[in-house]
Ligand binder design. Structure first.
Ligand SMILES: [Zn+2]
Length: 369
């Protein structure tokens, strides 16, 4: 068993995307549906942590809000003020599909603060590792633009905090959300001390981002690793990328802290992705990253919740991650695993090897494989 921190707050579920449901789920032609980014996936995950008894094995930690000074580690003052103003008004878009409701500013500060709280708890030894159930998510947020449901970039702010305030030399961010972590990439594109690895469905969102040939610039060249994968990639294809690229690169980088942008939208039921990862795939990716954290940084690992839009399946995927982090298996079984276990999507195909080989070839200018 490990001491695992679990950071969440009721207000995370109150962030309100407002009447965007009319436009973004129905186009105004049929009855407004639930907005894709809504509290249900995350609330149901938290409920499952409780009902399974797992919460009793975790150290629940109350998040603190991030200060404006901390948010400014990445975001511009003008952008922060824009989110604040829209939040006061009660509705508006902070950029591109980054809707703000009444009070979203304070909730977004607390979401970024959840990531900071998790990093603090792991770094001061209160816990061995931590899961921050943050909402709104963060990885698409650019310094001056909200994007893809993200207001403040929780993980980027946490990594900057680890560097600027806690004085860590090297931080690794692994982003397995099915979409590209463009905002996080931008935050560290020229930074040699933060290695950013994104595994994502190729050419999904945002357009033009996350290409294998995007490897960083200036001093940060080689410290951005994009691993685009073809639609339909399941457990085996993902793990192939972890073994072939994430493992060897992490061994060479030797991080002092590992952050995971844990979006569970590569799952096989996600409405906003076309991947086929099962809950046990998220367990395996977590185990893989924990082994690397044990090897290089005393197990120090923080996972921050990003996307994931299947309210029926995200709870099981996320539970598997937290079970693995703390080393306690509940008796909850993935109710969908059996039906999907025998499907050919679970195999490793040549196309996966080809995609990974392309990334390795590009990155071999900077890393040994
Ligand atoms: Zn996503």
């Amino acid at each position: 068993m490990r001491r695992t921190g679990f950071i969440s707050d009721e207000s995370y579920f109150w962030h309100d995307n407002g009447s965007g449901a009319l436009y973004l789920s129905s186009g105004g032609y049929v009855q407004a549906d639930v907005y894709a980014e809504n509290p249900e996936t995350k609330r149901r995950f938290k409920n499952l942590v409780e009902i399974s008894g797992l919460m009793k094995k975790l150290n629940q930690i109350e998040p603190r809000p991030a200060s404006v000074k901390e948010v400014k580690f990445y975001h511009t003052e003008a952008y922060i003020n824009k989110v604040k103003e829209l939040s006061k008004i009660g509705f508006g878009d902070a950029g591109e599909l980054a809707l703000v409701g009444k009070g979203s500013y304070e909730i977004a500060l607390l979401s970024a603060g959840g990531a900071l709280t998790a990093v603090e708890a792991v770094m001061n030894g209160t816990v061995d590792n931590a899961y921050a159930l943050t909402r709104p998510p963060g990885h698409h947020a650019e310094s001056d633009l909200g994007m893809g449901f993200c207001l403040f970039n929780n993980v980027a702010i946490a990594a900057k905090y680890a560097r600027n305030v806690l004085g860590l030399k090297r931080v690794l961010i692994v982003d397995w959300d099915v979409h590209h972590g463009n905002g996080t990439e931008s935050a560290f594109y020229d930074d040699p001390n933060v290695l950013f690895i994104s595994l994502h469905q190729e050419q999904l969102y945002p357009a033009g981002r996350g290409k294998a040939e995007h490897t960083g610039k200036g001093e940060g060249i080689g410290k951005t690793i994009n691993i685009p994968l073809p639609a339909g990639t399941g457990n085996a294809g993902y793990m192939h990328a972890f073994y072939e690229i994430v493992g060897p690169v992490t061994d060479q980088f030797k991080p002092e802290l590992i952050l995971i942008s844990a979006g569970q939208d590569p799952s096989m039921f996600d409405p906003l992705g076309r991947m086929m990862v099962r809950a046990d795939g998220f367990r395996e990716m977590t185990r893989f990253m924990m082994n690397l954290a044990d090897k290089h940084c005393n197990g120090r690992l923080v996972a921050c919740h990003e996307g994931g839009y299947s309210s029926g399946y995200v709870p099981f995927c996320s539970l598997a991650i937290v079970e693995e982090l703390c080393g306690h298996r509940t008796d909850v079984e993935d109710p969908f695993a059996e039906a999907y276990m025998e499907l050919p999507i679970n195999e490793l195909y040549d196309i996966h090897k080809q995609y990974v080989a392309i990334v390795k070839e590009i990155q071999s200018a900077y890393w040994q494989f």
